[in-house]
Structures are given as C-alpha cells and as structure tokens.
Design a protein around this ligand. Structure first.
Ligand code: ADP
Length: 309
C-alpha cells in the first residue's frame, strides 16, 4: 500500500477529473444538439468473458453515457463465445439506428483473434479506431477517430501546457517524448500523436527493458508517457528532473484486507519530488478516457448523419 502523497507536492499532481468534467459538459451539450435534430447518439460496448479491468471500464462507460444523455448498450458475451457469435453481434449493432459507436473491449478471450474481429467493425461506428482503415487514417495524420486512451493522455498534456502558459500547438516542438509500451491501442497511437506535435519520439517497450536500457531512455524524457501495465515500473531513477510524466497504467492490486485497488505504472510518491508534474492513478488519464469515448460517439453520430444525406 503506497504512502500518502506528500501534501507539499500535491500541486504537481495533474487533476484528470477536472478535465474530464469539462469534457463531459461539452459532450452533454453536443448530444443535446444532435438529438434536437432528431438523431440518436448511442454507444455499444462488447465484452466477451469477464476480465476485471474491462468489466469495470464497461460499467463506467455505461454510467457516464447515460448521464450525458447517450443511449448505452453494454453487451456481455460468455468467455467461450465463438468468432461467429461476436461478429454476428457486431453486425446487429451495425444496422441498429440507435447505436452510433461500437467499442470491442480488450482483452478478447485467447481463442479470438483481435485483428479479425476489428476488421468486422463498421468504420463509421468504430470509435476506438480499431479497424485497419481507421488505424491507417490516424497514422497518416487524418484521423476519423482518435483512440480514447492516447487522446486522453494528450488532452491532459495539452491542457497542462495551457495551464503553464504554453501554446499546445508549439509547446512540444523538439522536446524528447519517451513512450513506454507500444500496444496497438495505446503506445503506438500515442507515438503518432507525439510526432504530429513535432516532438522527438522514442518508443521503449519490453525489449528495451530486457536489454537493460529502459532507464537510459526514460531519464532523457522531457515528457514521459507510460503504458506498460507493470505496477510501479517507473521510479525516481527513471525520470529526469523537471519532467512531465503521464501514467496510463491501470493495474488492479489486492490489498492485505482482500480489497482491490488500482495503481499505475509509475511510483508516484517516489517521482514526485523530482518531476514538474505527474498524473495520478486513479484520477488521472482514466476519467478523461471515459469522456473521450463519448466524445467520439458524438463525432460518429454526426458523421453517420452526414453519410446518410
Ligand atoms: P496496453 O493495452 O495498456 O498498452 P498491453 O499489455 O497491450 O497494454 O501492452 C503493454 C506494452 O508494454 C507492450 O508494448 C510491452 O512491450 C510493454 N511492456 C511490458 N512490460 C514492460 C517493461 N517491463 N518495460 C518496458 N515495457 C514493457
């Protein structure tokens, strides 16, 4: 159980909840506008199996969606659902006029191939940019949807830049941005977003760690974004003095009393005396991610309305 964060350094924690609340207000207003034109906004989340983090995420999206006036359809399928059953459900949601966004929750059960499932998503409802067409558009710098977790990380960074008097359009120019993790849904798209902001991007991953080179790279970072899924991976020796650190890790750990709590990939207490700012877990990127999924669902509703004209 981590010690409480030193009160004198609290101001270095970036408050994701405040940014998320702002975003959700905007989403609520956007939803009202779309519905005033007689169009629905609806999100379907497809969960196969009972992964703990995925089901927590599914419930959070459901709650925030309904609070924002968005139709919510959480779909739960058994862990032994077949490929045909999962893509059959996607096909149903594709033709459902109430649903404008479809999100397939990861991890899918072992026997299902992520890429083959994502290929079956209708591209205009693919709010996480999981379909190859949408992933490709993002890589080319012309995104239809920006996937929610990396979008949330950069939303937080952009807002942080504004809060210290920097213009986010130029604040990243030539900075060393080091990413830890290169997954298709987080690390890789985050690298693309960093390049678009003119940062010098370094993508570190498991092999960097195995080669004993992780700290050598992370300790150079002006901005460090960590999405490795390893609790406490990043400590004081991994960060440069004055760095801005964004922690995307969400790791459930069981406390001695049997309760489950969430911790990030960064040892927040350890890095706090050294960094300029660090995002906490919980209360950092996570809440912004939820809001961003809903934002993308509204973007999808508008795109579908345009396509139908
Ligand atoms: P997520 O969906 O949160 O990005 P994944 O499990 O799909 O999580 O990906 C984890 C990423 O983190 C991978 O790119 C992997 O190489 C990287 N990673 C895992 N362990 C380490 C480590 N000890 N050091 C550096 N990178 C790591």
């Amino acid at each position: 159980v981590p010690a409480p964060v030193s009160t004198a350094l609290q101001h270095r924690l970036i408050d994701g909840r405040a940014f998320a609340a702002e975003l959700l207000d905007r989403v609520r207003a956007d939803v009202a506008k779309v519905r005033a034109r007689g169009r629905e906004v609806g999100i379907a989340t497809v969960l196969a199996g009972d992964d703990y983090a995925a089901s927590v995420y599914q419930r959070r999206i459901d709650r925030h969606a309904r609070e924002a006036g968005i139709i919510s359809r959480p779909v739960s399928m058994p862990a032994d659902a077949t490929f045909g059953e999962v893509v059959g459900k996607i096909a149903e949601l594709d033709v459902d006029p109430e649903i404008t966004g479809i999100l397939v929750l990861r991890p899918l059960p072992e026997h299902l191939d992520d890429a083959r499932v994502f290929e079956r998503l209708p591209v205009l409802k693919d709010v996480e940019a999981q379909h190859p067409e949408n992933a490709g558009l993002l890589a080319l710098g012309m995104p239809r949807f920006v996937p929610s977790t990396p979008a949330a990380a950069f939303h937080m960074l952009d807002r942080y830049m504004v809060s210290i008097g920097r213009d986010p359009r130029t604040a990243y120019d030539g900075l060393d941005l080091v990413l830890v993790g290169r997954s298709n849904n987080v690390g890789k798209p985050a690298a693309i977003l960093g390049l678009q902001r003119n940062a010098t991007v370094i993508s570190a991953h498991r092999h960097t760690y195995d080669a004993g080179r992780l700290a050598a790279h992370t300790a150079r970072a002006d901005i460090l974004i960590v999405a490795a899924g390893v609790p406490g991976l990043i400590g004081a020796d991994h960060v440069r003095p004055g760095a801005v650190v964004i922690d995307i890790g969400i790791n459930p750990v069981t406390a001695p009393d049997g309760s489950t709590k969430l911790v990030g990939d960064v040892d927040t207490e350890a890095v706090l005396p050294k960094v300029r700012a660090v995002s906490p877990v919980p209360g950092g990127v996570g809440p912004i991610t939820d809001a961003w999924v809903l934002h993308n669902t509204v973007v999808a509703a508008r795109a579908l309305a345009t396509a139908a004209r």
